[in-house]
Write a protein that binds this ligand. Sequence first.
Ligand code: SAM
Length: 375
Amino acid sequence: MGKKWRNKKKPQNGNSGKVDEGGRPIRGAGYEDIVKENKMFEEFYKKQGIVPEAEWDSFMETLREPLPASFRVTGTRSQSQALLAIVQEDFLKMVEKKDGAEAEEVRHVCLPWYPDRLAYQLNLTRMDIRKSEAYHKLHNFLISETESGNISRQETVSMIPPLVLDVQPHHKVLDMCAAPGSKTAQLIEALHREEGAMPAGMVVANDADNKRCYMLVHQAKRMQSPCFCITNHDAANMPTMRAADGSRLLFDRILCDVPCSGDGTMRKNADVWPKWNPANGSNLHGLQYNIAMRGLELLAEGGRLVYSTCSLNPIEDEAVVSRLLADTKGAVRLVDVAADLPGLKYSPGLTSWVNFSKLVDIHRAGPLQAGNSGR
Ligand SMILES: C[S@@+](CC[C@H](N)C(=O)[O-])C[C@H]1O[C@@H](n2cnc3c(N)ncnc32)[C@H](O)[C@@H]1O
């Protein structure tokens, strides 16, 4: 086997993985290695054709790289512009000026598709932070401003679903699977986008996990919005809510960020590598479809629902969307949002895929065979 990619992972029980002379675990003394390889993963995604063949090696290389940190400046327009000026003038420009001659030293990028230049990605190693005074100061600034809620340290791709949901202050918004709530926070901010005016709309954030609902309570406190409430239901059986006049409450905007296998988070969660198998995704397809379908039932006419996962698997992504479109028989349509995200590098969704729910057995028996196409 060629080069091995490893990641240090602390054993989950808090032990080092090493034992003392008496065979008792030694706590906290070291880390075990995670090998960033999974043959089944490669076979599965090569067969699905999620990237062109010529890009396969760089795709795999990138998955083994750590995820760059990213953040966005939050708050109302004037607050965010004031903070942005500090970020740009005091930190980012300083790096550009000082290190301008050596382009590779500039390790931050403004995300072009995020409105008003408010979101940044930082490709910083610990060494960069130590080497550059400006980056070191920026790092400390981000930590303190995150605590006070002026900055949200949020993964780049996680910013996209709330953005394309296009929430306006008068919208009734439902976030069906909301915890821990980084996207909910973005929805609440969009609701409050008009300075000094109380929005006519509201955000209902739901999660099935009672403990995780308390993470939403934390978001609520940070956001201080009176137009926000939290519910604790299975989203696939989300109860019908009633407005004050007794009418059935339908939502203008629904975010359906469903539970998923999460294999799109490998760069951040290295433990996905050894655990990955195709059944993880296939087993969730039914729940994902049921949640999204309930969302469509709760959507007002002319409303918008965004379906998202942090998984690369077409069985969790395209197959769910295609089944929703087929089963709603023309009542909903797929919207092309590319124009809302100028400068975002993306690939169009797949139009065909292979169902490998029996991949584990097939893999044991020998080389992969394509299963049924479609869902
Ligand atoms: C991908 S996470 C959501 C992340 C969140 N939207 C964010 O951006 O911070 C999926 C969430 O779905 C919740 N969940 C799982 N099954 C659910 C169900 N049947 N109904 C509602 N929520 C569910 C999990 O507790 C988890 O918090």
